[in-house]
Design a protein around this ligand. Structure first.
Ligand SMILES: *Cc1c(COP(=O)(O)O)cnc(C)c1O
Length: 245
């Protein structure tokens, strides 16, 4: 089936939608007495000029879902960008991904095999320091979403923490599910998983951050304690194919 082309905003619209998203984040944070949290601009499928517009407007954290696309864009964009990989990762692509010098974080570690591949890649490529990673949890139970089952979070987090010397576990990520509730179930589940992981690993809850909230629900995610929101279409315009993780 042919994808129906949908409008992509002009670069000058990117800076205004970005400003709008930032203002909404600031308001939501102020309402719960917090400093503005991190915004990741999810630029998957979007052309370089739109990323450049966001960069010119001061955006530095960008998120991508596909390894090849991140590698290509990283080579074309300034080096002070902090790239977040947020897509499903095949372990055989770990090396290519880790080869991006300004890869900042991999948020989508959902099984031991991926953690092990990233750990090995960081070691093999003699990358400096540890690579920040998050464990992705499938909080909605939908088969279409990646992430480990909530019941597996502790085990996977422990594996990263204890067996992967080159990785630094910094938090948990989830996509969630469409949920109009004031307190979406998926976000509550992620928060509970963090408490369990912190307890099991002997870390403070505040040492593990939560990456949750996208275009449709980032304000509710902030109210529920998100530390990092990943916003794509509200900044860059709708994508030309269904949303995928
Ligand atoms: C695409 C994507 C986003 C951004 O989605 P929008 O609804 O466009 O804001 C955030 N997180 C992940 C993991 C994604 O795949």
């Amino acid at each position: 089936m042919e994808a129906t082309p949908t409008p992509t905003p002009a670069p000058n619209l990117v800076s205004s939608s970005l400003a709008d998203v930032r203002a909404r984040i600031a308001n939501s944070c102020a309402a719960c007495g917090r400093q503005p949290i991190q915004l990741i601009a999810v630029s998957k499928t979007k052309p370089i000029p739109l990323l450049e517009a966001a960069y010119a407007a001061g955006q530095r954290h960008f998120g991508e879902n596909y390894v090849q696309e991140l590698v290509t864009k990283a080579a074309h964009m300034p080096m002070d960008i902090k790239w977040h990989f947020i897509g499903a990762l095949q372990s055989n692509k770990a090396k290519m991904l880790v080869g991006v010098p300004n890869l900042y974080m991999v948020e989508s570690v959902d099984r031991e095999k991926v953690a092990r591949a990233l750990d090995k890649a960081v070691g093999d490529m003699q990358r400096e320091g540890r690579l920040k990673v998050m464990v992705q949890v499938n909080t909605s139970g939908e088969d279409s979403k990646s992430g480990c089952a909530p019941g597996e979070t502790i085990e996977l987090a422990r594996f990263v923490d204890e067996e992967c010397a080159k990785l630094e576990l910094v938090g948990l990520m989830t996509i969630g599910a469409p949920d109009e509730a004031e307190e979406p179930v998926a976000f509550r589940v992620l928060r509970e998983e963090r408490e369990k992981v912190a307890r099991e690993l002997g870390r403070g809850v505040g040492e593990l951050i939560l990456s949750m909230g996208m275009s449709e629900d980032f304000e509710r995610a902030i109210r529920m304690g998100s530390d990092s929101v990943r916003v794509g279409s509200t900044i860059f315009g709708e994508r030309e194919y269904p949303k995928k993780e």
